[in-house]
Write a protein that binds this ligand. Sequence first.
Ligand SMILES: Cc1cc2nc3c(=O)[nH]c(=O)nc-3n(C[C@H](O)[C@H](O)[C@H](O)COP(=O)(O)OP(=O)(O)OC[C@H]3O[C@@H](n4cnc5c(N)ncnc54)[C@H](O)[C@@H]3O)c2cc1C
Length: 401
Amino acid sequence: MDKRKCKYLILGAGPAGLSFANRLLEQGESDFLVLEKEKEAGGLCRSMHVDESPLDIGGGHFLDVRSKKADDFLFRFMPKEEWDSYERDSRIQIGDDLIGHPLEANIWQMSLEKQVAYLKSIAVAGCSLGMPVPKEFVKWIYWKLGDRIAEDYMIPYNRKMFGEELERLGTYWLNKLPNVSFEETLLSCLTKKAHGTQPGHARFYYPKKYGYGELWKRMAEKIKDRILYSTDVRVIDFTANMVNNSFQGEVIINTIPWTEFQELSGMPEYLKEKIKTLKYSSVVIEYIPEKLAAQAHWIYYPQKEIPYHRILVRHNFCPGSKGYWTETNKERSIKREDRFSYENKYAYPLNTVEKPENIKEILEWCRERNVYGLGRWGEWEHYNSDVVVERAMDLADLMQG
Ligand SMILES: Cc1cc2nc3c(=O)[nH]c(=O)nc-3n(C[C@H](O)[C@H](O)[C@H](O)COP(=O)(O)OP(=O)(O)OC[C@H]3O[C@@H](n4cnc5c(N)ncnc54)[C@H](O)[C@@H]3O)c2cc1C
């Protein structure tokens, strides 16, 4: 189907585009078309079959149990019986210790000498002394967690993930991180159990027989006659609401990275300059067939000499599988021809200090022209898939009145 004119033109068939389109369909609206660059749907949430089992090519992907609205919607495509539910077991390799995550709630798992050293450093951190909250991420790490956790884990780990851009990150997004006070860290050491707010995915779902990508394949199947694959979107004309000089939508829903557009006709120069300030990082996934003894679902590695920053222990959440896969910032990745690997150019939208103001202006200007940014790239936000689904449902509901 090649429908050149429609009510809703949706750019990208990742979770955001698929959820928006399927929500429209649930409401009886079928006048839409989805344009997708790849040959299949699912975006960062796709899976492939590698070494006889599923592997998530966008990195480790788990469905959080916290969003009932999103989960109920998703279970309509892949019923709850097809998922296993897990209590998160994630660890951090610190020297020879494999410590629970978050580190500040689990230093009780270290030797007494180390506990004292870490506690001392948190006790004199800016946060404990009532100093003002810094606006830069690196300074915030020292302020919140003290120099031991900063230098043994948070700084080297985040530098591996974000590279040189680490210095440009702000602090407005830190509600994503666990929040553990000094008192809670102390309590954890005394009671030998974690205290404080838990990180995301404290409990999560993973498909019993498939990778995470199966969910989105099923969503795409429901609208298969309304998705055009292998369609690389590069041009948008805001004066006529046209894309690639071929497709026109009364409303355009953009879920692809704004930096993908080579031509943005009708957009003022100052906004085009703002788009150029939007930064991202790229992640390479590599599969290693070895079976590990670790019980964890995933492990974080702050060590400089190890290229990857996280491993996903597949056989601990994907029944009947073996092996693990690594996540490495592309800048640090060394390609090995004898291993399966997949490169995700757009993995993390970076939360630079200037981003909130810039993306706000871009989105407001576009909205006045019936072009809406949605999802991880459309809104340039570090959203997980359940959040993207919920936002897509809300936007579709709002538009359908
Ligand atoms: C390493 C990693 C781990 C993650 N772990 C989790 C997790 O455990 N749980 C969770 O819920 N979320 C997780 N996420 C986040 C999750 O991947 C995103 O929330 C989700 O994929 C966002 O969906 P989206 O549709 O907004 O973007 P995407 O998934 O990126 O989809 C965008 C779509 O647009 C298409 N596109 C791009 N450019 C063009 C173009 N020029 N023309 C046409 N189409 C184009 C892409 O091919 C893609 O299909 C993780 C992300 C990463 C990187």
